[in-house]
Design a protein around this ligand. Structure first.
Ligand SMILES: [Zn+2]
Length: 354
């Protein structure tokens, strides 16, 4: 086996989770840097309406001057525009307040401006909350890229509980994906001598296992689901920080999801929904218990069939066939098995994705 590569483990420094912690945003920022005075907040219109006032009053309490910016979409175009607008105000921190899109745009903008980022998720929908990885359209890579890890994560479980359940289900899809991502990583270790970090792999695996074990309880209206899913997502993101790559969190099921975005355009479900479908199929290829993954996704209300997110047979098969070509350097079960049209069709049908 090749010796472990040298890599920097950049971890979030503070993570605050709890009901109503949005009211502690000001003290959270001051704890991270007591000399901070200017904050730039990147968010979406709906989230600003929902959480803006609470953020503002908490920042005001700590004499932090706030400027607000709306992210139009998760594209480099948005990042470039924001970078130009924010640059001159020289903020001490950038806050990404919102779902996947705002946090991703804020993360990339903070990276470009070389400013620390605080991630304030308003939905438990994907593991980018705490990881250094972003998915942005308009860069030369059709998969996520590495930037800086958020220095702080503030997850208000009350705020998160107000998000549509579909987003929570999508988060569960992104978590069960760690089962096949870790299997792909093991495969790369065994077949190509790639560096494999057991600790990071186990941490990512545990974040999937808790969803498998507790899927029947996650939708109960007692806050258990939100807390469990957001902690698992943060933990999975930290696993990627420790690995120094997205390996523990992202394998062939993510490549399949990226291929779907490429083939079906923007209207192809949420990240975790696509990844969930990919996980069912890759689990079958790995010889894992794919029925249990289907049951888990059903229990949390996530799609298990392409039609549920308006995708057709042709798009699924094409995505299975092109997924690996999006990232040839990432060895996965698709590199090993090299599906053709017939076997891809048979795979998707055998697990009822189509
Ligand atoms: Zn993901």
């Amino acid at each position: 086996m090749s010796s472990p590569p040298t890599h920097l483990m950049e971890l979030p420094r503070e993570i605050l989770i709890g009901d109503g912690v949005i009211s502690k945003l000001g003290s959270f920022i001051t704890d991270l840097d007591e000399s901070a005075s200017k904050i730039a907040i990147i968010t979406g219109n709906n989230v600003k309406t929902r959480a803006g006032a609470a953020c503002k009053s908490s920042l005001f309490e700590y004499s932090l001057q706030d400027s607000w910016y709306i992210a139009d979409d998760a594209s480099m175009n948005s990042v470039n525009k924001l970078q130009t607008r924010i640059r001159n105000s020289i903020p001490d921190f950038i806050i990404g307040l919102g779902g996947g899109r705002s946090v991703d745009v804020a993360k990339m903008t903070a990276f470009k401006l070389n400013k620390p980022l605080v991630s304030v998720p308003t939905s438990a929908s994907h593991d980018g909350i705490s990881s250094p990885f972003v998915s942005i359209r308009g860069i030369d890579k059709p998969h996520s890229v590495k930037v800086n890890t958020p220095i702080g994560v503030l997850a208000d479980t009350h705020l998160l509980s107000q998000a549509p359940l579909r987003l929570l289900a999508s988060g569960c899809g992104d978590l069960v994906a760690k089962l096949t991502a870790v299997k792909d990583w093991e495969l790369a270790r065994d077949e190509t001598n790639e560096y494999f970090g057991s600790y990071a792999a186990n941490l990512a695996y545990m974040s999937a296992k808790i969803i498998l074990d507790d899927s029947q309880k996650l939708l109960q209206k007692n806050g258990f689901g939100i807390r469990t899913v957001v902690e698992a997502l943060i933990s999975a993101g930290v696993a990627a920080c420790i690995a120094g790559s997205s390996r523990p969190c992202s394998g062939a099921e993510h490549l399949f999801s990226h291929a779907l975005e490429y083939i079906a355009g923007q209207n192809c479900g949420l990240h975790g929904e696509r990844v969930g479908l990919g996980t069912i199929m890759m689990a079958k290829l790995h010889g894992l218990n794919w029925e249990r993954i289907v049951k888990t996704l059903e229990n949390v209300g996530a799609p298990t069939n392409a039609e549920q997110i308006k995708l057709n047979e042709d798009q699924i098969v094409k995505s299975l066939l092109t997924a690996q070509s999006l990232r040839p350097d990432r060895y996965t079960i698709l590199s090993k098995l090299k599906l053709d049209k017939q076997s891809a069709l048979e795979l998707a049908k055998s697990v009822y994705v189509i």
